[in-house]
Design a protein around this ligand. Structure first.
Ligand code: IPE
Ligand code: IPE
Ligand code: MG
Length: 228
């Protein structure tokens, strides 16, 4: 597995929707709507580029703190996406759709649509698009540990956790737009040797060319994984 040049698994923190809307004197929900469009474009571009997986951070376990109106708008957009996820995602080749995060707290209607989208694309063998909704990195690690305890494990190894988290265990590249340079509880286990790439662009302004730039920058970095 050559990791120096080749990008397999990436994570994208879709941040900056609110500021994008504010700049235009629009409600925050309009920013989320524009952001959802960009997700459609960029997820398909990840498929076209042949990444093994791309994980998109859509809603964190902490985002419930936001006003109900905003949370409701985000969940409505999520539902709109789910209703067309299969045709949207298959139009671009045979990508697989998976949802990661806590099911508790999500509506039954959304959960059913999520299961359907996963089932409908489960036979596909292209890029896996993980959509992180009601997701927290610490929660993901705790879930993995609890699952191992329930299986009767007493001495938990790194491999055990790597095998029981939601996504591939090594993330190559994290992309965060919006100018913030933090992880905000995203993929904490997976990022141990990930390359970080930041841009001041807001997520609704993010273009396939920005993804290409991130990947080219990634390919020009030297990864050492603690070696020489
Ligand atoms: C990201 O955009 C979407 C979610 C966190 C749901 P934000 O809504 O965080 O946008 P900013 O950071 O306020 O600009
Ligand atoms: C992280 O963005 C979560 C998502 C993009 C879904 P936030 O906007 O919630 O993160 P903070 O609060 O700026 O750290
Ligand atoms: Mg934000």
């Amino acid at each position: 597995r050559q990791r120096q040049m080749c990008i397999r698994d990436s994570g994208i923190i879709m941040d900056g929707n609110g500021r994008w809307a504010k700049k235009r004197a629009l409600p925050r929900s309009a920013g989320h709507k524009a952001g959802a469009e960009v997700f459609r474009t960029i997820s398909k571009e990840c498929g076209r580029l042949g990444l093994e997986s791309a994980t998109f951070y859509a809603f964190s376990t902490e985002n419930w703190k936001r006003p109900k109106e905003e949370v409701d708008a985000i969940m409505r957009l999520f539902k709109d996406y789910l209703l067309e996820a299969k045709s949207d995602i298959t139009a671009a080749g045979d990508m697989k759709m998976k949802f990661i995060g806590e099911r508790d707290g999500m509506s039954k209607e959304l959960l059913e649509l999520m299961d359907e989208a996963e089932e409908d694309t489960s036979e596909h063998c292209g890029t896996t698009i993980y959509l992180a909704v009601n997701y927290g990195g610490r929660l993901e690690i705790c879930d993995a540990v609890n699952k191992l305890i329930a299986e009767g494990k007493t001495n938990i190894t790194e491999k055990d956790i790597s095998d029981n988290i939601f996504t591939p265990p090594e993330c190559d590249l994290i992309i965060r737009p919006s100018g913030e340079q933090r992880l905000s509880n995203f993929m904490l286990w997976q990022v141990s040797y990930a390359e970080m790439w930041f841009t001041d662009k807001l997520w609704p302004d993010f273009k396939p060319a920005d993804l290409h730039k991130a990947i080219i920058d990634f390919q020009n970095r030297g990864r050492r994984f603690g070696g020489v």
